[in-house]
Design a protein around this ligand. Sequence first.
Ligand code: 1PW
Length: 215
Amino acid sequence: MDNDKTLFSSLKEVLDTFKLCLSENKEVYLEHYVAGWRGLVKFLNCLGSVFGFISKDAVNKIKILVTHMEGENGSQYVTVQSMVKYELDNELVDLTKRGIHPESGCRTLLRLHRALRWLELFLERLRTSNEDGKTSVMCSESYNESLAQHHPWMVRKAAGMAFCVLPGRPAFFEVMNVGPPEQVVAMLGEALPLISDVYQITEEFYAQHNMLDLP
Ligand code: 1PW
């Protein structure tokens, strides 16, 4: 599954994958969450090599989750909720400081979850921007409001440098490969509430279990 060499097709397809994440009783399916992230990584890779260090970390996190999902206890890793319950019940999570479970599903997913908030904020800015909106500014504002708070200085610095060379809005829309700008805006308007739902449900579940600061 991790040798997925298929090319990025369209951001619509990627965002559609996130739509599949929510079960009827509002649990988050890991399979679709991971598939959504795979698509995002392909998208990042189309934005230029400077995004390499960003996508590399996401790829690592995806790999860790897939290893859990395909491992002998894979049946516990169907939804975020079942994963959290299983890992907590079996003391498989380092709760306060890094220890013997540096690759727990819970702490790994938390990193992607925080990054999803960045994506949500960024795409929302993009959706409401006008023709001369600067993607680099939208991206760094979204980052500063979300993920940056969890990153050390070095990572913030490197991320800031990557944002500076983001393609401008027209080229960015082209890479998204959704169609003319009106269609991109409409697609985002449809997809963003669902991404937001996935984010909020995960956030609340992690908060209930006091797991928003896992080391
Ligand atoms: C243009 C749209 C952008 C949205 C894609 C978001 C991708 C997010 C990946 C950010 C990764 C930055 C470099 C890695 C930092 C890691 O140290 C950090 N990982 C994340 C995902 O924040 C924390 O992981 P760690 O070191 O605690 O294992």
